[in-house]
Design a binder for this molecule. Structure first.
Ligand code: HSE
Length: 395
């Protein structure tokens, strides 16, 4: 069946305009009835009769059968998406924070009201990772899903490492290009990547994890010393999100700056590109690379979800619903980290299990050692305030 889609859109920023541009070039059996926006005085690139400022005009319109949500505010997005589902409308959304925070409830609403909720664009922009995890990979065989899930921080790291830009200049440019969130701390602090990781973990392993329970440490305190260290060792630093299944049927989730050696699949992933490495028992490693931010790449994933709606596609959450589903989330996992610091007290919140290397220089010091992720997580607020930079060595 190829049903006529009558769309109510929320948001007309970078992604909304990207989607609109793509929409005009495609020939879907669909029409955009109204676009709801917040700011009355903002100049709009298309005539004003397309817009409304009243969300009810879309949510209560019985003719609209698909709500496409692309607004910035996660709380407002939650209310829009929830009401739309309750009113029997299918939903396509890109809002990763909203999804990660409310996924279990929204999945229940989707079932209860017999509607569909699709969100490919929420995780890694143009990379079709949700549907692949949902349809293709078998739960038992996936040993890890990891990669670069945030375009802005990858763009910043690329510009610093490859072109010698300052952190501030690179961040400003990422904002100008429309890659960064309104609050860029979400990008550079690893929060955005963490929301995407939680969504990906739901489809890779069938677990719904509250993002507040997951460790994220970002790139804000990267210094010239860390850059020099990495360059001397011939490695790059990337912000890596990872979901790893342990031998005890547990899944470890984290977002950490990570040393990436030459030859690693992520080494040449630069700028706003994202990459997802799926590691499976028999297929071994498979890598998906694509633009992770920007109006058109994100819009392209939204168009794919809109198109899937014509055929009543919906996620089944088979892994989550599996009767013998016995995977649990944990942060109890030992990793090796590098920490650049300046005085011993900087390390007070990092209880190492074992230290293999310690360097004391004039300008900075560093230590490499094993630590339990759960101990970093417990102290993360204090750790973020220290004059240090922490990097997962990859071991
Ligand atoms: N701020 C996000 C990023 C946008 O930089 O990846 C895409 O989700």
């Amino acid at each position: 069946m190829n049903k006529l889609l009558k769309i109510g859109m929320f948001g007309f920023g970078c992604v909304g305009q990207g989607l609109y541009g793509i929409f005009l070039k495609t020939s879907l059996n669909a029409e955009i009835i109204k676009i709801c926006v917040k700011h009355r005085d903002k100049p709009r690139p298309i005539p004003m009769h397309h817009f409304t400022f009243d969300k009810e005009e879309i949510l209560q319109n019985p003719d609209i059968n698909l709500v496409v949500e692309m607004i910035d505010n996660a709380d407002d997005a939650y209310h829009i998406v929830k009401t739309a589902l309750q009113n029997g409308k299918n939903v396509v959304t890109a809002n990763k924070k909203m999804l990660a925070e409310h996924l279990a409830e929204l999945v229940e609403l989707q079932k209860k009201y017999n509607v569909s909720l699709l969100y490919e664009a929420s995780s890694c922009g143009s990379i079709p990772i949700i549907r692949n995890l949902e349809e293709y990979y078998d739960n038992d065989l996936l040993s890890s899903v990891s990669g670069i899930f945030n375009g802005s921080s990858n763009y910043i790291l690329s510009k610093i490492f490859q072109e010698g830009w300052s952190y501030e200049t690179a961040l400003k440019k990422a904002q100008e290009l429309g890659f960064a969130e309104t609050d860029p701390t979400l990008d550079v602090g690893g929060f955005d990547a963490k929301y995407k990781l939680c969504i990906i973990a739901a489809h890779a392993y069938g677990i719904f994890v509250n993002p507040d329970d997951v460790l994220n440490y970002g790139i804000q305190t990267l210094s010239i010393y860390d850059q020099q260290y990495a360059q001397e060792k011939g490695v790059k630093i990337k912000l890596v999100a990872s979901a790893i299944k342990t031998d005890n049927n547990e899944v470890v989730l984290s977002v950490l700056p990570t040393f990436i050696p030459k030859g690693h699949y992520l080494y040449h992933v630069e700028n706003e590109y994202n990459a997802v490495i799926a590691e499976a028992a028999f297929a071994d490693k498979q890598v998906f690379v694509g633009k992770g931010a920007g109006g058109y790449p994100t819009g392209s994933a939204m168009i794919s979800d809109i198109s899937a709606n014509r055929f009543d596609y919906r996620y089944e959450y088979r892994k989550h619903n599996k009767a013998n589903q016995n995977l649990t989330f944990t942060q109890n996992h030992i990793i090796e980290i590098f920490v650049r610091y300046h005085q011993e007290s900087d390390l007070q919140y990092l209880p190492f299990e074992d230290i293999s290397t310690q360097f004391i220089g004039k300008e900075f010091r560093y230590v490499i050692g094993k630590i339990n992720l759960k101990n970093i997580f417990q102290n993360i607020e204090a750790i973020r305030k220290q004059n240090i930079f922490l990097v997962h060595t990859g071991k």
